[in-house]
Every structure is written in structure tokens, then in C-alpha cells.
Design a protein around this ligand. Structure first.
Ligand SMILES: C[S@@+](CC[C@H](N)C(=O)[O-])C[C@H]1O[C@@H](n2cnc3c(N)ncnc32)[C@H](O)[C@@H]1O
Length: 326
């Protein structure tokens, strides 16, 4: 039990007291991720997965989510530049981005791809995360008229990029994806239910609550836009080997860190919010405890002392075969 307690993570406030070696590895680091990334070593990350703040005025714990559009793109480019540096050659970057700018019809996924390609990233694919959230739509533009009807996105993108090379070197024995999973995930249309029920966060900014209705209150221990674990599991198994290091620079409540831990990868979690980092610590700790429990060997019934004495008794008192006398 003592060993287990020692290994559980805690929130590491940035800057830490020591920055020796790979101090960031398997850490939940609380602070602005730009200066943190800047002090991480070159070529130390195999896969980065993130969903940046949407810039649609969501109520994050400690981040202003409403910047002018161009400023927002420039701000993110500073992070992407550092990400490129910390990725190993062939390292991957999976960027989840919703078509948030549909209100003013700005193709945000296109602009981010442009910025990433300008930094040297190779674009390798576009995953369409179909969220099946159309049942609750409320705004149609010009209802039943071609005057100015609206399309409402029922999906988000996961844009995937590589650094330098398409291939990521690794030991084949450390690939843990099954044939069935490989076939399923390589079809880039992923139908996965979102974590947040009801209105999607980006739709909330487009369509304020209907007249006379209040916006639903956020729960104390929640986050406005967490990843579903299934999405992260697929990205991790498809794009990385066991033992690789997975980074989320806008880690929120720690979905990437927890799933990375579950599948035998190292994690690096960065987020500005103390509250979200504390939740991330709890989630990773729960994964570690579960792994420890799974490692305890379950004794087979025949190996227990009771079963052994039953076996001895059976042998002793078993009816003897009759031997025929000639
Ligand atoms: C879209 S959310 C990510 C949610 C995450 N994918 C999850 O599953 O919980 C964006 C996160 O970025 C964080 N954030 C905003 N500005 C930041 C900054 N400068 N440095 C680090 N984190 C920041 C916010 O606190 C928020 O948790």
C-alpha cells in the first residue's frame, strides 16, 4: 500500500522547484502552457492531442475565451510552434476543433491547418467526429424558406498532423491495437457520443437560451468541454506505441492523461486551471489504483489452502478399485 501512495500524482505548480531531467513526464502541471512548453526539451513527445479553448465565450475556470479572431489564431500559433519543437521526428499532433466560427462563417479548421502547415507540419488526415447531437437543435435561420437557412454542424474535426516524417519509429511488440480496432478506426468517420449532454458548448455560443429559459448551470466538478474517453482511446491506440509520451497542452479535467495511463503510455498534462488540474489528478490516481488492483494475481481455486486439503481428503477417502483374485 505504501508504494502505491508514493506513486500517486499530485498537482505540480509551475514553475516547479526542480527541472532536472524529464521533470514533466507523468505530471499534472498547473500553469500557462506556453512558458511550460518553452522549457520542455526538444523531441520528447510522441503524440500530442488537444482541444484548444474554442474562443466562443465559454466559462472556463481561469481563461478569457473571447479574443478577436485573428488574435486568437496568432495566440494559438505560439503554442503550435512549441509543440512542433517538442515532438519527436514522426511524432503526431491530433487537433480537435469544432466548426465554431460558423456564426460568422469563418472556416476555422482551414485557418488552423494553414497555420500548422506553415510551421512545417505534414497534414495526414481529417477525422470526422460525428456527435449525433442534432435532436436538440433550436435555430434554423429562415425556417422553411431558402431566404437564409442555416446548416448546423453535428460534428467536430480531429485534424491529424505529423512532424517531419509520416512514419513513427517504434517496436512492433509495443503496438497494442487489435485487427478489429484497426479496421474500425481507420474509417475516419467516428460516431461517438459527446461527454456533455444536451446543448453542445459551441452551439451554446451561437444560440443563447430560448426566451424565458435559463442557461443550464454548470456542476461544481465539471468542465464545459471534456473529451469522451472513446475518442482519446482510438487516437492513442491508432497513433502511438505502448511506452510513448502523450501530451495535452490544454488538458482540462485530464481525459488524455487518464486514458494514456490506462493504456500504458506516459502522459504530460498542462492546464491553467487549478480546479481542473485537481480533477485530473483524481482521475489519473484512480487509473493507477485500478492498474495496481489488476496486477494482484488472482489465486486459482485449486491453489487455495482449503481446495488443497479437499483434494488430499478426496485422494485419501476415494473408494478403492476392487482387485479380482484369480
Ligand atoms: C476545450 S478545453 C479542453 C478540455 C479537455 N480536452 C478535457 O477533456 O477536459 C480547453 C482548456 O484549456 C485551458 N486553458 C486555457 N488557456 C490556457 C493556457 N494559456 N494554458 C493552459 N491551459 C489553458 C482551459 O482551462 C480549458 O480547460
Amino acid at each position: 500500500m505504501h508504494d502505491l501512495v508514493k506513486q500517486l500524482p499530485h498537482v505540480l505548480n509551475f514553475p516547479p522547484s526542480s527541472t532536472k531531467g524529464e521533470w514533466w513526464k507523468d505530471q499534472i502541471i498547473c500553469g500557462d502552457s506556453l512558458p511550460i512548453l518553452r522549457v520542455m526539451s526538444d523531441e520528447s513527445i510522441h503524440l500530442a492531442i488537444t482541444s484548444p479553448p474554442y474562443n466562443v465565450g465559454l466559462e472556463y475556470d481561469s481563461h478569457n475565451d473571447k479574443m478577436p479572431y485573428e488574435e486568437y489564431l496568432q495566440w494559438l500559433t505560439l503554442f503550435w510552434k512549441e509543440l512542433y519543437r517538442v515532438l519527436v521526428p514522426g511524432g503526431r499532433f491530433a487537433l480537435n476543433i469544432a466548426p465554431t466560427s460558423i456564426k460568422d462563417f469563418r472556416p476555422i479548421h482551414y485557418h488552423m491547418t494553414r497555420d500548422l502547415v506553415n510551421l512545417g507540419f505534414i497534414m495526414r488526415t481529417e477525422i470526422l467526429w460525428y456527435k449525433q447531437t442534432m435532436r436538440r437543435r433550436t435555430a434554423w435561420g429562415s425556417w422553411k424558406s431558402p431566404h437564409n437557412p442555416h446548416m448546423v454542424p453535428s460534428w467536430e474535426y480531429v485534424l491529424v498532423f505529423s512532424k517531419g516524417s509520416w512514419a513513427l519509429e517504434g517496436n512492433k511488440a509495443d503496438a497494442d491495437i487489435t485487427g478489429e480496432e484497426f479496421i474500425k478506426y481507420s474509417d475516419a468517420f467516428w460516431q461517438i457520443q459527446p461527454e456533455t449532454r444536451g446543448r453542445q458548448p459551441f452551439l451554446k455560443s451561437l444560440y443563447p437560451p430560448r426566451r424565458g429559459r435559463k442557461a443550464p448551470e454548470q456542476k461544481a466538478n465539471s468542465h464545459p468541454a471534456p473529451f469522451p474517453e472513446e475518442l482519446i482511446k482510438r487516437l492513442i491506440k491508432f497513433y502511438s506505441y505502448r511506452g510513448n509520451v502523450i501530451l495535452d497542452p490544454f488538458g482540462g479535467i485530464g481525459t488524455v492523461a487518464a486514458v494514456a495511463q490506462r493504456y500504458g503510455r506516459h502522459f504530460v498534462h498542462l492546464d491553467l486551471s487549478k480546479k481542473y488540474c485537481a480533477i485530473a489528478v483524481e482521475r489519473v490516481a484512480a487509473e493507477m489504483k485500478q492498474m495496481r488492483l489488476d496486477e494482484i494475481p488472482v489465486r486459482k481455486p485449486e491453489n487455495t489452502p482449503v481446495a488443497a486439503s479437499v483434494a488430499v481428503a478426496k485422494r485419501k477417502y476415494a473408494p478403492r478399485k476392487k482387485v479380482r483374485r484369480k
